[in-house]
Each structure stands twice: as structure tokens, then as C-alpha cells.
Design a protein. Structure first.
Length: 186
């Protein structure tokens, strides 16, 4: 026999041996690509999908992230507001550095450190506080009025050996208080 006839007479050795296997391979060749396409479409879908327990994209969370960094507060400086004491201002503003001596600030109550500064006078100390000196930033125009800063300067200087009198209340507050007194007596 010839070689060509020998190859033709050999039994077929493929992976599909029965008609049932042929049908299942044909069905799988259509179903598997369709399933793969559906999975890829769901993976690439651009719609919002909230994660389990995530509130990061809720309207409230977005509004919190977009809120303004700062705000403007308009105050009426002529309105009679109870001014804070020198001790209150010291505790709120000055104690961060003066309690520990940070950045070479004279420690609160240290007469040796405050002595040379007290000798320069109240106006010099107040000028240093309002405009800043060394590492100390200026205090004027902040959360406290100039009068309250002056009271804090007197409080700290007097605890360090000074003998300064409490500063006078601003004229606007004093005039509104004196105007209220005659009206109350009528």
C-alpha cells in the first residue's frame, strides 16, 4: 500500500469523538464569548456604584469637602461687648509660647527675663505685642481687640515684676456705657 492510503485508513484521533461532544463544543463556542463580553461591559461601565458602607460621594460629604476655607466676620467695634481679662487673653493666645519659653519668649512670671523688658515701659511692650518681635507674630487685628491685648501685656508684665496699671477702656465703649447710664437714671 502506498503511504497516502495508509494515512487515510488510520483511525481519527481528535478531541471530539461523539456527536454529543460536537454539540457541546459548538454551544460553548457561542456562549463563552458572550459571557466574556457581558463581564467586560459591566467592568467598564461608567455609572456611579457606591461601595459597601461608603458615604464618600454622598451630597453631604461633597458639600463638606467644598465648604469655604475661611469666613469673614464683621464686628461692630462700637457695641458694648464685655472685654476679656488679661488672664483670659494670656491663656487663649500668649501661653503657647510664654508658658514654656518657646522661641526665646520670656517665661510667664520669670522676673529676671521680664525685668529688662519692663524697664522699657508699657508702650514699648504693647508695640512689640501689636506689631510682633522676633519669632512672635503680630497680635493686632486678630481675635482679640487692641484693648484686650493691652490687658494681656499688663497681666504678663505685672506677673514678671512690673507695676503697670490696667489700660483704660476704649473711648467708643466708654462713651456708649456713659450714654447708657444717664438713660437708665431717667
Amino acid at each position: 500500500m502506498s503511504d497516502a492510503q495508509e494515512l487515510h485508513d488510520m483511525p481519527h484521533e481528535g478531541p471530539i469523538r461523539t456527536p454529543k461532544q460536537l454539540v457541546s463544543v459548538i454551544v460553548a463556542s457561542f456562549v463563552v464569548p458572550i459571557v466574556v463580553i457581558i463581564v467586560l461591559v459591566n467592568y467598564v461601565d461608567f455609572s456611579d456604584k457606591a461601595g459597601a458602607g461608603s458615604t464618600g460621594m454622598s451630597p453631604e460629604a461633597v458639600a463638606r469637602r467644598l465648604q469655604p476655607v475661611g469666613s469673614v466676620e464683621i464686628r461692630d467695634v462700637s457695641s458694648p461687648v464685655a472685654a476679656r481679662t488679661g488672664e483670659q487673653v494670656y491663656q487663649a493666645q500668649c501661653s503657647a509660647c510664654h508658658a514654656t519659653g518657646a522661641a526665646n519668649a520670656p517665661k510667664f512670671g520669670d522676673a529676671a527675663a521680664w525685668g529688662p523688658r519692663v524697664k522699657t515701659g508699657f508702650e514699648s511692650l504693647l508695640n512689640s505685642a501689636m506689631n510682633g518681635k522676633g519669632a512672635m507674630v503680630k497680635q493686632g487685628g486678630g481675635d482679640f481687640s487692641d484693648y484686650e491685648i493691652a490687658r494681656a501685656v499688663v497681666y504678663m508684665a505685672n506677673q514678671g515684676g512690673g507695676k503697670f496699671a490696667d489700660p483704660k477702656a476704649p473711648a467708643a465703649a466708654a462713651s456708649s456705657a456713659s450714654a447708657a447710664a444717664p438713660a437708665a437714671s431717667k
